[in-house]
Write a protein of this length. Structure first.
Length: 339
């Protein structure tokens, strides 16, 4: 077997909480806690979870827009956290990011051509003429017209701006792209267009995606595998069809049941999630989901569940009761129109 393109091991990211006259450290925000996963070359891993669970922080830590507290991030055989600045700069051309908000992620004082060309200038890729030709080709590749090169971001719609952001991410011909909720700020009518563009670009350019989203329908469509995140930890990870058809973690089941469906009779039987998400400054002991879990037992308050293989499906789940409650979490059979 070949090594995965990206291999994250025991990644931790914490932010200090300071207060008082001398700004002394009073605690820590546990944004990402002991996260491990891998992504094979050419595949899409969807990362889902509630707002504030650490999805975006994880993505930014992988690409080193945020410095991880501990752990390792191996990309194409190299530990990114161990690379000195110069070598990290050279490797960064292979890892790019598509940001969530197409309105704030583009410099309003730069033209479209300048925005897409900027990575080429920073990495000294090609002559000025070659850069201009590359920018024109990139705009056409993402469904824009080359003559738009001298326009400014305010002249475009949200969907067009996100296409510009995608073109900028592709400028250095990366092999891995982190897409941080790339369609959540767009109109529903435009979301499918941008999503299909990303799928076609992946096939054409053999890209690898970490696709971050809170929309389960979108993640189910685009992802080969799905990782479910709760309060800084991955609680379940596996192939898309397994996650949706045989979820083994109560939180995953509740997320699926909360998503809109065409026929309400196809909805699962799990109870809705109770209460509010605990504070990441003071997370609960043991399993962090136990205060809201309908299947919690006293031991759940004491044991931090490891991410282990499920005895039936083989995908990985962080729940000490995963083999006991799986029957109660299965999706019910479809109800026929005559019933």
């Amino acid at each position: 077997m070949t090594a995965p393109l990206l291999d994250v091991r025991n990644l931790v990211k914490r932010y200090p909480v300071r207060g008082g006259v001398f700004a002394r450290k009073r605690g820590e925000v546990h944004a990402v806690e002991d996260v491990s996963f891998f992504i094979e070359k050419g595949e899409t891993l969807g990362l889902v979870g509630e707002s504030g669970c650490g999805k975006s922080t994880l993505g930014r830590a992988i690409i080193r827009l945020e410095d991880a507290t501990s752990g390792s991030i191996t990309f194409d055989g190299e530990d990114l956290l161990a690379l000195p600045s110069r070598e990290l700069f050279d490797r960064r051309r292979h890892l790019q990011m598509i940001f969530q908000d197409p309105y704030s992620s583009l410099n309003p004082r730069m033209t479209v051509g300048e925005i897409v060309r900027e990575p080429l200038i920073i990495h000294r890729s090609g002559s000025r003429r070659e850069q201009h030709e590359e920018v024109s080709a990139l705009l056409e590749k993402v469904g824009m017209k080359a003559e738009m090169i001298d326009r400014y971001p305010h002249e475009f719609s949200g969907g067009q701006r996100q296409r510009i952001g995608i073109a900028r991410a592709l400028a250095l011909k990366p092999s891995f792209i982190i897409a941080d909720e790339p369609i959540s700020a767009l109109d529903v009518s435009v979301q499918a267009q941008v999503l299909n563009l990303m799928v076609s670009l992946q096939r054409e350019l053999n890209l690898t995606y970490l696709f971050i989203s809170h929309d389960l329908t979108v993640v189910e469509y685009i992802s080969d595998r799905i990782a479910v995140m709760y309060l800084g930890r991955i609680v379940e990870i596996g192939p898309t069809h397994v996650i949706f058809n045989s979820p083994a973690h109560p939180y995953t089941r509740s997320l699926i049941d909360a998503a809109p469906v065409r026929d309400p009779r196809l909805r699962g039987i799990a109870e809705p999630i109770r209460g509010e998400t605990p504070s990441p400054i003071n997370p609960p002991p043991g399993c962090t989901f136990h205060p809201r879990c309908p299947f919690a037992i006293p031991r759940c308050r004491e044991v931090v569940p490891p991410l282990e293989s499920h005895e039936t499906s083989g995908h990985r789940v962080a729940c000490i009761r995963k083999d006991e409650i799986v029957g109660e979490l299965k999706r019910p059979m479809a109800v026929s129109a005559s019933d």
